[in-house]
Ligand binder design. Structure first.
Ligand code: ATP
Ligand code: MG
Length: 378
């Protein structure tokens, strides 16, 4: 065995790349496996592509790894666990991923653990959904159980007719989840890192601002009452315990006008809403993910500065390779850290990178992050 451990990351996108960067900094060896090549992972020598549904490919990949992790809940963790000897840990566990990757199972699991969630029902048929929606009152949110991201797979419907119309396009054989529309004050997110034995650290509460159903900006700490922040952090920690999460788990929350905090959903991995922590916190979400899966002591989640703001950089062009020509304009903005993921194909609206700014004055920090993100055209 190498004197430093080896982690194997299933996935070759920006989350895998940012995990790898933190691991490499500590001389933890990294291998990455992805079904497609030339993604953000291309920068690492230990990156390979192959058919990750093939047990032989997984066995080969995992043979030298001490622990396997995933950058996405859709990566074949269970297949990797089955292909490898029990000496190789897989974190998060396939069990945790099974609970999280079906929104209906996840919500029920959270509700059973007394984590507050918006009222919901899993409905097999459109008639059942209409009965439930009548009961909840419109609007309601229809959610696909599996495979959704960036709001694709959800529909907010305002009437029985809209529900009937939306159903066939969204529903799977087992139907859809019908959820009360939460009239939230703000959307919040809290990252939690948890070791296999259950020891946890929790990050500050982040305010997440959406545009067109996508996260546009994250401000930390969220400008919420201390009581709301305490509640958000406690609920996030309870939710992560409830799913036995190991590694970094991100918890998306709704702050309600009456002071309640509800869980929207969990992501069993580092998350866009935690990218601010790379520069903003003593230990980033990616470093704590690496520490947690290796069962190493977790690092401080405290902010290094009074405020951190992250703004996403979305693709603008269609099917062109990303060009670096506008990056210097962002670098010219004082005190910002641009991140470009290195995705080979640009698509309008696709997350291509982000910018983080730090400082004391929230408005100034926000303005700098926006200015730098705005300067980058991909
Ligand atoms: P993402 O990949 O962006 O996290 P997703 O496709 O998994 O998203 P959700 O997180 O379920 O979808 O929903 C996306 C957004 O839709 C939420 O961030 C929130 O703005 C809105 N939303 C979801 N559920 C509700 C709800 N019950 N009431 C009001 N708004 C909601
Ligand atoms: Mg979400």
């Amino acid at each position: 065995m190498a004197s430093f451990p080896t982690i194997g990351i299933l996935g070759g996108g920006q989350l895998g790349k940012m995990m790898a960067a933190e691991a490499v900094r500590m001389s933890v060896n990294v291998r990455l496996l992805s079904p497609k090549d030339a993604g953000p992972m291309q920068f690492y020598a230990g990156a390979e592509s192959g058919d990750w549904t093939d047990p032989d490919v997984l066995r080969n990949f995992g043979a030298d790894c001490d622990v396997i992790t995933v950058e996405s809940e859709w990566a074949p963790a269970a297949e990797a666990a089955a292909a490898l000897s029990s000496d190789t840990d897989v974190w998060p566990s396939p069990n945790t991923l099974d609970v999280i990757k079906d929104k209906g199972v996840q919500k029920q699991h959270l509700a059973d653990a007394d984590c507050p969630v918006p009222a919901f029902e899993c409905c097999e048929t459109v008639e059942e959904a209409i009965r439930v929606a009548d009961d909840f009152g419109y609007p309601v949110v229809l959610k696909q159980y599996r495979g959704a991201y960036d709001g694709y797979g959800n529909a907010t419907v305002h009437s029985k007719d809209e529900l009937r119309e939306a159903w066939p396009d969204l529903a799977a054989d087992d139907g859809l989840m019908v959820e009360v529309f939460a009239e939230f004050t703000r959307e919040l997110a809290v990252q939690v890192a948890r070791r296999p034995g259950g020891e946890q650290v929790v990050y500050p509460v982040a305010y997440t601002e959406q545009k067109n159903h996508r996260c546009h900006a994250v401000e930390v700490p969220a400008a919420v009452d201390e009581a709301v922040a305490e509640k958000a952090r406690a609920i996030a920690q309870r939710s992560v315990d409830a799913v036995n999460g190991v590694g970094l788990v991100a918890v998306e929350l709704f702050e309600m006008p009456d002071g309640r905090v509800l869980v929207n959903e969990l992501a069993p991995r580092p998350h866009n809403t935690g990218h601010y922590s790379i520069e903003g916190c003593y230990t980033s979400q990616f470093e704590n993910h690496v520490r947690a899966i290796l069962d190493w002591p977790l690092g401080s989640t405290a902010l290094r500065t009074p405020t951190a703001v992250m703004v996403n950089v979305l693709g603008e062009r269609e099917n062109t390779p990303a060009q670096a020509d506008t990056l210097p304009d962002a670098l010219a903005v004082e005190g910002v850290s641009p991140h470009i993921y290195g995705k080979p194909d640009v698509r309008p609206g696709r997350k291509m990178g982000h910018v983080t700014a730090l400082g004391s004055d929230r408005e100034d920090v926000r303005a700098r992050a926006e200015r730098a993100a705005d300067a980058i055209h991909l």
